[in-house]
Ligand binder design. Structure first.
Ligand SMILES: Cc1cc2nc3c(=O)[nH]c(=O)nc-3n(C[C@H](O)[C@H](O)[C@H](O)COP(=O)(O)OP(=O)(O)OC[C@H]3O[C@@H](n4cnc5c(N)ncnc54)[C@H](O)[C@@H]3O)c2cc1C
Length: 401
């Protein structure tokens, strides 16, 4: 072969080999970093590691040839061998359905890179799609509350809400109610809060109570609206919106599996709500779960995968976030409060009301006597000073870590 043609071909060959090495390294390095970050076993997708090794091998080979430590003929043979390996590897991987390199390891992570979708199930607490697809069990009644809410508008001069709720400027207000006047015998509570131009009024209680003892939620809400402490706040208003919704209350223990092959569960569908009488949060948790789920999906797709194992980054990050930490913090509270329901929502409020009446009575008896009687009325209800100490100990975690 003519020496100049040979030189040109060699030059082109070296350039081509360097480009092949560069492209493989460019593709593989970020993927290997991601795989390491989410602890993905290397045999699920060995391409990043193999591409990096072969890319480095090509570059080292070029240097060795240049330094005359490797003969040209041997370098050509190795190059042809590597090219064939790439071709065979490509065929095995892409035509073989992306199964594991260790075919005897059956962990169900075969996948394809032709756009397998990931479905984000964000359908709220009443998760008919997730349950229908066997991605989640139907929640037991004691883990679910039913909520109804009306949005009320008032005719008038535009200051109706400010006047009724004694507000100024842009301020708003939220009232929470517990006990008989709010939800009868049920375990739950009611609320009223102001919006810009409307007022929301509603209540939530265990669906168990709705099914067994309590009147239907809409009837309970009507009764709450006619309570003398509430009626003046909503009188004359027009209901412009009516909502009914379930609230998952099972806490961290009741969370379903969050990732499945091609699907993730977020927000209320994943049971991420803190509704325990102390806090009512769910929107923030839904947003946080969506954020972590989205990131996990991006990582998984970057690796050409959409199976459950590839999406594990989502539950891992959620576990470390405030969402699961807060759910776990209050895991004990619902159960304890249900056990103490009569004391907390009936007997103690009554005792406090009676004690207040006693304390503020005006008659010929000295104040010290009224104060003693008021204190006795409360102590009687909670089992004396030792009962008070037990109660404080029982609920200490509301205030401590
Ligand atoms: C009365 C009440 C008061 C609350 N107050 C607070 C509060 O003060 N602060 C707070 O942080 N959280 C509060 N929450 C909780 C909060 O509303 C939820 O945690 C939050 O809305 C959950 O968001 P999500 O997107 O997971 O579900 P959702 O908001 O329930 O959204 C799910 C959506 O999916 C739709 N959907 C369902 N099935 C399908 C389907 N098959 N196809 C298409 N669409 C479907 C539904 O119509 C709905 O629009 C309250 C909840 C209730 C019931």
């Amino acid at each position: 072969m003519d020496e100049s043609v040979r030189g040109t071909l060699e030059f082109a060959g070296v350039q081509l080999a360097a480009v092949v090495a560069g492209l493989h390294l460019y593709w593989a390095i970020p993927r290997l970093v991601t795989a390491a970050r989410i602890d993905q076993p290397i045999y699920w997708d060995p391409r990043p590691l193999l591409f990096i090794l072969s890319g480095i091998g090509i570059l080292v080979g070029l240097v060795l040839v240049r330094k005359q430590l490797l003969s040209r003929i041997r370098a050509y043979s190795l190059g042809i061998g590597l090219m064939l390996t790439y071709l065979l590897g490509w065929a095995y991987w892409h035509l073989g359905g992306h199964m594991a390199v260790l075919p005897w390891v059956d962990d169900g992570h075969g996948h394809a890179h032709d756009g397998n979708p990931v479905v984000v199930l964000a359908e709220g607490g009443n998760s008919l799609v997730a349950e229908g697809a066997d991605l989640k069990d139907a929640s037991p009644r004691e883990d679910v509350a039913v909520a109804v809410k009306e949005v009320i508008e008032f005719p008038g001069d535009g200051n109706e809400i400010e006047d009724r709720f004694r507000l100024t400027d842009d301020s708003g207000v939220s009232y929470h109610y517990f006990g008989e006047g709010a939800v009868g015998d049920a375990f739950g509570g009611a609320f009223i809060y102001t919006n810009d131009k409307t007022v929301s009024i509603g209540l939530a209680y265990r669906i168990e109570d709705a099914v067994t003892s309590q009147p239907k939620p809409e009837q309970t809400l009507n009764e709450f609206k006619s309570h003398p402490a509430v009626a003046p706040l909503v009188r004359g208003g027009r209901t412009v919106e009516y909502t009914a919704k379930t609230i998952p209350e099972g806490g961290a223990d009741a969370m379903p599996d969050l990732v499945h092959d091609g699907a993730v569960l977020v927000g209320d569908t994943a049971g991420l709500v803190l509704n325990n009488g102390v806090h009512l949060e769910g929107t923030n948790m839904a947003v946080e779960s969506g954020y972590h789920a989205g990131n996990a999906i991006i990582s998984a797709i970057a690796n050409g995968r959409t199976d459950a194992n590839a999406l594990l980054e989502y539950p891992r990050n959620l576990e470390e976030s405030f969402v699961v930490q807060n759910l776990e913090r209050y895991e004990w509270l619902m159960e304890t409060a249900v056990e103490d329901k009569d004391l907390l929502f009936r007997d103690l409020p009554r005792a406090i009301a009676d004690a207040s009446e006693e304390y503020f009575s005006i008659d010929r008896d000295p104040k010290a006597e009224h104060a003693d009687d008021a204190k006795d009325r409360i102590l009687q209800t909670i089992g004396g000073w030792s009962g008070a100490a037990k109660l404080a100990w029982r609920y200490r975690k509301v205030m401590t870590s």
